[in-house]
Design a protein. Sequence first.
Length: 250
Amino acid sequence: MKKITLFTLFLSLSFSVFAQRNAKAEYWNTWHYQPKEGMIQKFEAAAAVKTKMFNASPNNLIVTYKIMTGDNAGVYERIMPFQTSADYDKDKSKELNYWSSNVSKYCTPKGGQQIWQRLKWADVNVSEEANPSKHLMKTVFSVKQDQLDHFYRFIERIGKVQGKFNKDLSSITLRLHSGGNRNLFVRYVGFEKHQSEPSGIENTWEEEYDEMFGWNSWTNDIELFDQSLEMWGRQNEKLRLVESMLPSTN
């Protein structure tokens, strides 16, 4: 039994290491910071300087959003997209030391770095050359291990419907790779204004879904999707872009 347990652990670790070395995968890093009391402006200014110094190139870009709703309101979420496995071999000591010396005194980390893998098949209206969205609706899902297929199916299909109804929205779905529960997913929906443009489609979302994927697909898929989530398995937050902390990419 002990040998079996050790062998299982070895396989699990081997899979994790191999996945991180997947040259074709794309990873996103996220960090969360709470400014210390009375230091919001100092934090924003110091983090903006650091971002412009170190995070203006496409392969080391960082974009900052402020969480506006929920228990984490007031927390800043810093997002580094478009990473490859090779990026994790780079020496970032100079950048990290600068943050430690010049920015960290104004804020408190909320947890540690998290690494997410982008699920490109779930992208909706995504252009990597586009400017960051002014607003994000962020949904974090906790999914049951044995029901991932139901989750994936609905996320992919509802994305295709969304793409038809809301040309002015974009969305990206990520799966947690390191820094927590492997079955955590985050879906960012980006938009510029809260009132969307009319789609010109007469069908409801449900009718369009059934028309695209078959009669009664909406009812069946959404039921299985809901069942695929853990209890309290869906958490929503609205984020706003902190434009003063954008890097200059010119």
